[in-house]
Design a protein around this ligand. Structure first.
Ligand code: GLU
Length: 373
């Protein structure tokens, strides 16, 4: 088995907090210099690289002399604001030694879920790549509240992978990869060399627990691989402390755990829909509408909807359920919850009589809908 990194043209590389801050001792400039030199080597091989860098909170904690990760949101956000300065500084100065420009991009979940902002984020990152700049992405921790946050940078790495249609996601962490059980507790645990991204057996192996510094654990990495696989990208989870790790992966060496994508690639728009993390409501369809969506590839019309729940507005994401409550599809709805409940079971010609206006004949247009299962 060869690492996919060798044949990837566009890569997202995520580096975790415990690596970047040498387990909380402050930003590890020497280690960062090492990864930067390797990324410069990857670029000489013609690869495009986007970095997802954690470490804002951890660096902020160290700069502020906080021994423990703060719990209160405002303290976390303030620590991230301090730490992000240091992070950007270190990356920029290390890359400039190789004549490479960097750009800082701070995202929230909203930037990746609102269609318009998603398109903006995508074109900004791809423009930077065309210019030969290395985009360095983190969550905008300083403003991200629960409703708009991605939550951990493994997930952010996967969303960025989907956003720019990268071929692969490299997650560098302080572990050699995924083990069959927790190696700290089970001496018989062995490293998983390769598996299918999204294989349910992986979740059982990954357990819970993240570190004190970052937010992810093995489980968020497994889920990230599954998400990355939706746009056809493979993932490798490997130790960032392994010498010349990125260059060796790029030479095809199999190191760490490779999680291979097998799912067929969804078109970018549908993929974006399937990745939308925050569903705002649910609508229940009659069996005719379920068939129209599933078998005939049609749009969803109000006449096929029998119930509505949740608070949502025009343009937001809703889940479409069958009468047994199983999710059939999800999509961007053309009418808000209040309007939808007025026009359900209504033929499209009747929308105007009920609402006094017609925005669209479809409740969810086919192009904004992805069927599941
Ligand atoms: N965005 C967070 C930070 O930079 C890290 C989140 C994570 O560790 O997954 O501190």
């Amino acid at each position: 088995m060869n690492s996919f990194v060798g044949v990837s043209r566009r890569l997202v590389i995520k580096i975790g907090s415990s690596l970047l801050t040498n387990d909380g001792r402050g930003l590890d400039q020497q280690a960062i210099q090492g990864w930067v030199a390797q990324i410069a080597a990857l670029r000489r091989l013609g690869k495009e690289v986007v970095l997802v860098s954690s470490g804002a909170v951890a660096a902020g904690m160290q700069r502020l002399g906080l021994a423990e990760r703060p719990k209160a949101l405002h303290l976390l956000q303030a620590a991230a604001a301090v730490g992000q300065m240091g992070l950007a500084q270190v990356w920029e100065s290390c890359f400039s030694q190789h004549g490479i420009r960097t750009a800082q991009i701070l995202l929230t979940h909203e930037d990746l879920s609102a269609r318009k902002r998603y398109l903006n984020a995508r074109s900004t990152v791809t423009t930077l790549l065309t210019w030969g700049v290395v985009p360095i992405i983190n969550e905008n921790d300083t403003v991200a509240t629960d409703e708009i946050r991605v939550g951990d940078n493994d997930t952010l790495g996967a969303l960025v992978t989907n956003l720019i249609d990268a071929d692969g996601l490299v997650i560098l962490t302080d572990q050699p990869g995924l083990f069959t059980a927790d190696p700290r507790r089970d001496p018989a645990a062995t490293l998983v060399g390769e598996a299918r991204a999204g294989d349910p057996a992986l979740e059982a192996m990954a357990g819970g627990a993240g570190s004190m510094l970052g937010r992810g654990g093995m489980i968020t990495k497994i889920t990230a691989a599954k998400r990355a696989a939706r746009s056809g990208a493979h993932t490798v989870i490997a130790s960032g402390r392994e010498p010349r790790i990125l260059e060796r992966l790029a030479a095809g060496e199999a190191i760490g755990t490779q999680l291979t994508a097998q799912t067929p690639t969804l078109t970018a728009r549908k993929q974006w829909l399937a990745d939308h993390l925050q569903v705002r409501g649910e609508i229940t369809l009659d069996s005719g509408a379920v068939r129209a969506l599933r078998q005939d590839g049609k749009s969803l019309l109000p006449i096929g909807v029998i119930a509505v729940s949740g608070e949502f507005e025009r343009g937001e994401l809703v889940r479409c359920l069958d009468q047994e409550g199983r999710e059939v599809a999800r999509g961007l709805i053309n009418y808000g919850a209040a309007e939808t409940s007025k026009i359900l079971k209504t033929p499209s010609e009747g929308i105007e009589a009920v609402l006094g206006y017609v925005d669209d004949e479809e409740l969810i247009h086919r192009d904004n809908l992805v069927t599941l299962g």
